[in-house]
Write a protein that binds this ligand. Structure first.
Ligand code: ADP
Ligand code: ADP
Length: 228
């Protein structure tokens, strides 16, 4: 199994303010799957993604990637894990405003052993002719493409996307989804997309729905429809 989550529990706060955000999550994801994580606001999607990404810690349970438990990793191994295996795409892009598009993409290759060729990535993303511009000179969709470029330049095994189309209009969202699908088909990365946009589940191999910190649905999508 590529990614295994077992009895993940997480709370925030103490006493009267204590809220149980994840109440025992069991999920398995195969290598190369495009997995959509759905659920209403507050159901724990981002928290789970952050635990998978090693930027938040579960109270109980474990997450294993290629059989290696994240919690057993030393600080050094965790850094290696984030650096080599993980790409992160955020809703608000988080680009560096005073670096141009090419430089922003290249920040993702920092300390990577086998970064992909920046110009090839920029061409694949339709950003090559914009490479010398600053982020604020581009549209929202182009900025999100840049942030996807930054996440994939190290060719990560696992691409985590937190509401990647949340700030984009319908047509631009479709473009971004096509791009994510194309990346999956080209490189075979496993992709987890957190969203509350129900339409995105059509393109997924696996659909998981969280509600109140529990898995309410988890099925392999037998009727996958290409975003293209
Ligand atoms: P979702 O991504 O599904 O909207 P989140 O994982 O962001 O859900 O949040 C789940 C719950 O945990 C929410 O009630 C949220 O307010 C709470 N929460 C998230 N992060 C923190 C935090 N750092 N401190 C306290 N509460 C938090
Ligand atoms: P919605 O949330 O929009 O009502 P669902 O998530 O319930 O939609 O289901 C979406 C589609 O996935 C439906 O066509 C349904 O038949 C199918 N589906 C739901 N659960 C499963 C399952 N366990 N295995 C295979 N297909 C499923």
């Amino acid at each position: 199994m590529f990614l295994e989550m077992k009895n993940i529990r997480k709370h925030y706060g103490e006493g009267e303010n204590k809220i149980e955000v994840l109440k025992g999550i069991d999920i398995e994801i195969e290598k190369g799957e495009v997995c959509v994580l759905l659920g209403p606001s507050g159901s724990g999607k981002s928290t789970l993604l952050n635990i998978i990404g090693g930027i938040d810690e579960a109270d109980e349970g474990y997450i294993a990637i290629h059989g290696d438990k994240i919690e057993d990793m030393s600080e050094k191994q965790l850094t290696q894990y984030r650096r080599k295996h993980l790409g992160y795409v955020f809703q608000m892009y988080n680009l560096i405003p005073n670096l141009n598009i090419k430089e922003n993409v290249e920040t993702g290759a920092y300390l990577s052993d086998h970064p992909m060729d920046t110009d090839e990535i920029l061409k694949g993303l339709g950003l090559y002719e914009h490479r010398h511009k600053l982020p604020n000179q581009l549209s929202g969709g182009q900025q999100q493409r840049t942030s996807i470029g930054r996440a994939i330049i190290k060719n990560p095994d696992l691409l985590l996307c937190d509401e990647p189309t949340g700030a984009l209009d319908y047509n631009t969202s479709r473009e971004i989804l096509k791009l994510i699908e194309q990346i999956n088909q080209t490189y075979g990365n496993t992709i987890i997309i957190v969203t509350h946009n129900d339409a995105i589940k059509n393109m997924a191999d696996r659909v998981i729905t969280l509600r109140d910190g529990q898995v309410r649905k988890n099925y392999k999508n037998e009727h996958k429809i290409s975003a293209n």
